[in-house]
Design a binder for this molecule. Structure first.
Ligand SMILES: NC(=O)C1=CN([C@@H]2O[C@H](COP(=O)(O)OP(=O)(O)OC[C@H]3O[C@@H](n4cnc5c(N)ncnc54)[C@H](O)[C@@H]3O)[C@@H](O)[C@H]2O)[C@@H](O)CC1
Ligand SMILES: [K+]
Length: 480
C-alpha cells in the first residue's frame, strides 16, 4: 500500500525533522538521491556518463536548491553541469555556491544550455508551486529535446490536485522525496516513472491522506473459493440492468460479474434472453421481484430513466443488500431527492459517477477531485467512485483510494458496465465497499492493459481477459 500526503502535511513533517536535523542536511540527502537517478538515466540514455551534459532549470525556491545540489554531486562524478537561473536573485544560495565550487557553470545563453543538454533537471518549482509555468519557463521547457527528470514533481502541475491549468513539464521521470504527493497519483501521466528517495520524514507523516492499492494487495484480497464453499456461500450477485432496446449493458455487466468470482450471478430485466444466450450460467428472470436471494445488486447500466427504471431502483434499494448504483441509477437518484430514502442508510452503497453524473447529484467536480469525491461520500453516506484518468474512490468516513491510470484504453463504450459488474461481484463476496470499489478499479485497469496491448480495444474484450487480469493480480500477491 502506498500512502500519499499533501503539501501541508509534508511541510509539517519536515518542520518536525528540522528540530533534530539541520535544514541543509535534508536537502543534501534529497539531492544526492536525485543525482543518483540522474546518473542512472544518463547511463541508460547515452551508454555512459563521460562528457555528458546536464542542464538544470532552477527556480526561486528549495526545489531549485535541490537541483543545484544535485548538479554539484553530478559535477563531482565528471558530468558537465550548467544551471539556468530563472530567478537569479532568489536562487538557493548554498546550492548555488556548492555548484560553483564543484565547477558547474551558470548559463548565460539559456536556450543554448537547454538545447545542448543530454538530460534536463526540472527544479523550477516544487511543493510550493501555484498555477502553471510562467511564460519564460514555459518557453524554455518547450525547447527541451532531451529527457526531463522532474525534481519532486513536474513543474506547472498542482502538487495537491494534479490540475494542469496551462503550460507544465511533461517529465520522463520524477524523483520525489520522503513520500508520494497527490500530483504523483492524480497526474501520473505528467510524472513519468516515479522514484522515491527516503529523506527520513516518514515517521512524522501520520496516516496517509490517500492510498494507492498495489497489484499484490488487490490480488491478496481477491475472493476465491475455499474447500467448504459452494456457489451460494461465495455470494450471489444480482444484476438489474439493460433493457430490450439496450441489452448490451446487461450482457457486459453480467459477464464481468461472472468472471470476477466463482459465486453465482442472477439477472433481472428485459434483456433476459440475450443475457441467457451469451451467459448460460446465469439465472435470468424478467423482474427483480422474481429474483431469488442475492448478496448484492448492481443497478443502472442501460436501465433507462423512466418509470420502469425508477421502480427497479426502488426495489433494489429496499432489498437491504449492498448496492452498486451506476449510470441511469445515478441519474434517477439525482433527479428526485426522495429516492435516496428508499435505501437503508446502514446498507453499503457504491456510486460510480463520471463527472457529468457526479454534477447531477453533488455539484460540479471542480479542480480538486479528491475533495469533491470526499464531500459527496460524506453527504450521501455512500462510497463514491469518481471516474477519470485517475479514479478516486472516497468512503463516507473520509478514507480515499486513488488508482492512477497507466493508459487511457479503458475510455471505451461499455467499459463502465464491466466495472459495475466487477464491483457487484466483490460486494456480494462480502468485501468492504471501499475495497470492493478499489479492487474492482484495479482489476479493470489491468484488464484494460491486457485487452489493449497497445491497440484500441472494446468492453467485450475486457470481459474476455478478466480471468487473466485476476491471475496477474494474484500472481503479484504470490499465489501460483
Ligand atoms: N523543506 C526542505 O528542507 C526540503 C525541501 N525540499 C524541496 O523543496 C521544495 C519546496 O520548496 P519551496 O517551499 O521553497 O518552494 P518551491 O521551490 O516549490 O517554490 C518556490 C517559489 O516559487 C514561486 N512560485 C510558485 N509558483 C510558481 C510558478 N508557477 N512559477 C514560478 N514560480 C512560482 C513562489 O514564490 C514559491 O515560493 C520541495 O518540492 C522539494 O523539492 C527537498 O529539498 C527536501 C527538503
Ligand atoms: K520541479
Amino acid at each position: 500500500m502506498s500512502g500519499v500526503w499533501g503539501a501541508d502535511r509534508v511541510r509539517a513533517a519536515e518542520d518536525e525533522v528540522f528540530k533534530r536535523v539541520p535544514e541543509g542536511a535534508l536537502m543534501r540527502r534529497a539531492a544526492f538521491g536525485l543525482a543518483n537517478h540522474a546518473m542512472t538515466m544518463l547511463a541508460e540514455l547515452t551508454g555512459g556518463v563521460a562528457g555528458r551534459r546536464v542542464t538544470l532549470l532552477v527556480g526561486a525556491g528549495n526545489n531549485g536548491g535541490d537541483a543545484l545540489w544535485a548538479g554539484h554531486f553530478l559535477r563531482r562524478r565528471g558530468v558537465a553541469v550548467e544551471a539556468v537561473l530563472l530567478s537569479p536573485d532568489r536562487a538557493h544560495p548554498a546550492g548555488l555556491a556548492a555548484l560553483r565550487r564543484s565547477g558547474g557553470r551558470i548559463a548565460a545563453d539559456h536556450l543554448a544550455a537547454v538545447r545542448s543538454a543530454d538530460l534536463v533537471l526540472d527544479g523550477i518549482v516544487g511543493l510550493s508551486a501555484r498555477g502553471p509555468l510562467r511564460p519564460a519557463a514555459a518557453g524554455l521547457v518547450e525547447q527541451v529535446e532531451a529527457p526531463i527528470l522532474a525534481v519532486d514533481l513536474p513543474s506547472g502541475v498542482d502538487p495537491d490536485t494534479g490540475v494542469v491549468a496551462g503550460p507544465a513539464v511533461h517529465a520522463d521521470a520524477t524523483v520525489t522525496f520522503g513520500c508520494l504527493k497527490p500530483v504523483h497519483v492524480l497526474a501520473a501521466g505528467h510524472c513519468g516513472e516515479i522514484h522515491l528517495v527516503d529523506i527520513g520524514i516518514r515517521a512524522e507523516l501520520g496516516e496517509p491522506e490517500l492510498v494507492v492499492l498495489s497489484d499484490a494487495e488487490v490480488g491478496a484480497r481477491w475472493p476465491v473459493p475455499g474447500p467448504t464453499d459452494d456457489k451460494y456461500t461465495q455470494g450471489v450477485t444480482g444484476i438489474a440492468a439493460g433493457s430490450a432496446v439496450y441489452p448490451g449493458a446487461a450482457v457486459l455487466a453480467v459477464g464481468a460479474a461472472i468472471r470476477a468470482t466463482s459465486g453465482m450471478v442472477r439477472y433481472a430485466g428485459e434483456a433476459a434472453d440475450p443475457v441467457r444466450d451469451r451467459w448460460p450460467e446465469v439465472v435470468a428472470t424478467g423482474s427483480v421481484t422474481d429474483t431469488g436471494r442475492v448478496q448484492s445488486w448492481v443497478v443502472g447500466p442501460g436501465l433507462g430513466t423512466g418509470k420502469a427504471g425508477a421502480e427497479v431502483l426502488r426495489r433494489v434499494l429496499a432489498a437491504g443488500v449492498p448496492v452498486c448504483a451506476d449510470a441511469d441509477a445515478i441519474t434517477l437518484l439525482a433527479a428526485e431527492e426522495s429516492r435516496w430514502d428508499d435505501r437503508d442508510p446502514d446498507t453499503p452503497m457504491v456510486l460510480t459517477p463520471h463527472d457529468r453524473e457526479f454534477a447531477r447529484f453533488a455539484g460540479a467536480v471542480g479542480a480538486d477531485r479528491v475533495a469533491a469525491a470526499r464531500r459527496a461520500a460524506a453527504r450521501t453516506g455512500a462510497v463514491v467512485l469518481l471516474k477519470g484518468h485517475a479514479t478516486v474512490v472516497a468512503a463516507p468516513d473520509g478514507r480515499v483510494l486513488v488508482n492512477p491510470a497507466r493508459s487511457a484504453w479503458l475510455a471505451t463504450a461499455g467499459s463502465g458496465d464491466v466495472l459495475a459488474g466487477l464491483i457487484g461481484a466483490l460486494l456480494a463476496s462480502g468485501l468492504d465497499p471501499l475495497l470492493a470499489a478499489g479492487c474492482a478499479v484495479r482489476a479493470h485497469e489491468v484488464a484494460g492493459q491486457l485487452a489493449a496491448r497497445d491497440a484500441p480495444t472494446s468492453a467485450s474484450v475486457l470481459v474476455e481477459v478478466l480471468p487473466e487480469a485476476i491471475r496477474t493480480l494474484r500472481l503479484a500477491a504470490g499465489f501460483r
